[in-house]
Ligand binder design. Sequence first.
Ligand code: GLG
Length: 849
Amino acid sequence: LDVVSFRNNNGRKRAETSKKPTDPETVHSDVLAKVEFNSGGNRGQVTALLAYQGLAWNLREHLMERMIATQNLWREKDPKFVYYLSAEFLMGRSLLNTIQNLELYEPYAQALKMLGYNLETLAEKERDASLGNGGLGRLAACFLDAMATMNLPGWGYGIRYKYGMFKQIIKDGEQMEVPDVWLTDGNPWEVRRPDVVFPVSFGGKLKKTVTGSHELVEWIPDEQVIAMAYDVPIPGFNTQNTGNLRLWESLPVNEFDLDAFNKGDILSAYNEKGRAEAITSVLYPNDSTPEGKALRLKQQYFFVSASLQDVLARFKKVHGNQFDLLPEKACFQLNDTHPTIGIAEMVHLLVDKEGLDWEAAWGITTKVFAFTNHTIMPEALEKWPVKVMREFLPRHMEIIETIDTQWQAFLEEKLSEMPKAEKQAAIDRMAIVHPNQWNKEEMLVNMAHLAVVGSHTVNGVAQIHSDIIKSTIFKDFHGVFPLKFQNKTNGVTPRRWLVFSNTDLATLITEALGTQEWMTNCKLLEGLKPFAEDAEFRKKWSAVKRKNKERLGAKIRELTGDDVDTSSMFDIQIKRIHEYKRQFLNVLSVIRRYNTIKAMTPEERKSVVPRVCVIAGKAASSYERAKDIIRLVGAVGDTINTDPEVRDLLRLYFLPDYNVSLAEVIIPAADLSQHISTAGTEASGTSNMKFQMNGSLILGTMDGANIEIAEEIAAIQGPDAKVGDGLFIFGVDAKDVPKLRKERKEFKTDPRWDEIMDMIKKGTFGNDKFEALVDSVNDMTVGNDWFLLANDFATYLDVQDEVDAMWKNQDEWVRRSILYTASSGKFSSDRTISQYAEEIWDVQPLAVA
Ligand code: GLG
């Protein structure tokens, strides 16, 4: 078997109902027709952009054919659906993912060759769809892939941001944010649906009419926009089924004010258009200003309202007003607190628009929503000022107040055994509307509390995280509803993250296992275990890694101008830049390594393991400490990479503009990857899973999904292995963190720590002293080293020594690498999604024959 044959789907029956011919000649002429008729291009001069677009339009027809077949079947059978409501979908590129999911690689590659292009090179022309910040958004994208592949009836619902995640440019060592204008060349992967539009309203006042005991509330908004749908087909792998991601764009009711224009007020003629379009312009507008905050709330309400109206409209076509059937037909998964306003919107739609009474509406609402929490970081647990909420969504604010009143009355009953003061304190802690702890005058709506009260299930994203939320942020709620809480450990799609981005490894795995079944049944990867003992196989395994490192080496050259030695250990940390993820700690150990090498004699240096350290990730635009870390990485890198005594043994690079596509090149090339958050802070992490699948050894703390990864790696080694064997684990225990934080002031730092801090403060790196950053972990009057870098520093250095020692034993290193992949089956998003489907959503697969 070779790459081509697995792409050709040898030996496995291909799901085949498509009417479109796919031989290279037909594809070639189809693409040319698209170039000519869709974009007025010249057949004789097909530029790369035109070739890409022609190809994409052609593929979209396959996708649409399959999507329509899928939707028709689902409409006919009327199964229960899951609707994944998410403010973020970090999709990345679509071209290769589509071709390979459709198993059309060969004919398309050949057709392109006839046009004079190479498929891989052309694929690089595509802009990433970066409609997400990080793990949460990428998780949503992996989930869509798994849902389609497993034939589960479900759609994603989100926002079609005009500008996605900002592009990161590094200028003089500093992060600059540039808007991501990803739609300028058009987006062939979406279908605009002018026939699918809903009004979404804001502001205004309420009109109440009382008839007998019944109070009718009418919301008279003073602002309205139109939500228009864009459908993005989601191909499943090895199935005809094709899912849908429906993204909403905000448009004005009145495009243009001709009156104003005629009066000479040219600019205000566009006022309404500008205001409406602002709602879906930017992913997460900076919310530090009141205007920004309000806009974000509007975004959330906008996409959730359109989505619920859309679902209810379809439901009513089939079931009329039998809303009590809704829980048998629909489940809404709230991806973090962002779509939580949906709970109030559902009540609003059912009571005010459909005329249900409150009890019926509330009963239905609590049966259709489920909520996933992704972090315990306070900045992600949204709280909206009542004032802002009342201004933009007066009816919803009232609904939330009623929910809260009833909730507190329920608690009065439920906790009636408690002593009075204790009971009141518990009720206050669980209130949905409560005073701002920093400013008692201001009342806030706690969206996480609303989500817990309004959902039938609440889940965390890895076992430790699900346990932590039960004893911290949702402790009281867990006391009241112990059965509401579940765990759903995250997963990632093995198609994008292994099969397509590491094709050589996938081919080698298929060759070893004698089947490609593992691509949809990842537990089969366990079959690789005996191959870890096979020297021949290990050689092939390392050869693949080496090739992937060449590819990353070329990327590093492209981005930095530097050549790196691909026989060095590639040591990688890629993720959002955040203090809790501790990229700073990584840099400290690189500085330590630098100092050690500097102090060595040339003879001693011969025993040093050469490393190329790579850090990449974006910092939130207003997060100064995170931006300091980026500057420090750059400054330390500049010093090391230009030092002739050291540069052959150590490099440090910050790669700019980390995104899905860059991750696809980096992950397959990693020898070692770092996941070193303070224990108890990283809810799960998902890149750790991608690295494990790709056979990169893990250096990490016992945090998030690292723990479960360690369990799986121990399990495959047999009954004698302990959790942590085979990984490089260090750091304090999550349960000790609170105490250690209290005692941090008295903690005696390691002399090597003090030495490095002095170096940085003296301005050794660049012309900066990084005072604020250093103080944040060192000066207890300024920062308090909340993430305990100092406590973990010494053990981190120790475990780095273990890494070096292990690297010198390449046989053992590669053996472990194979066992990592072999034990990664649990972390397929197929497993995660099947658990959601069975344990939360109650939806069943329904495949197009
Ligand atoms: C989070 C967490 C990650 C988690 C991801 C997906 O920080 O640990 O893996 O969601 O659940 N807020 C996030 O991006």
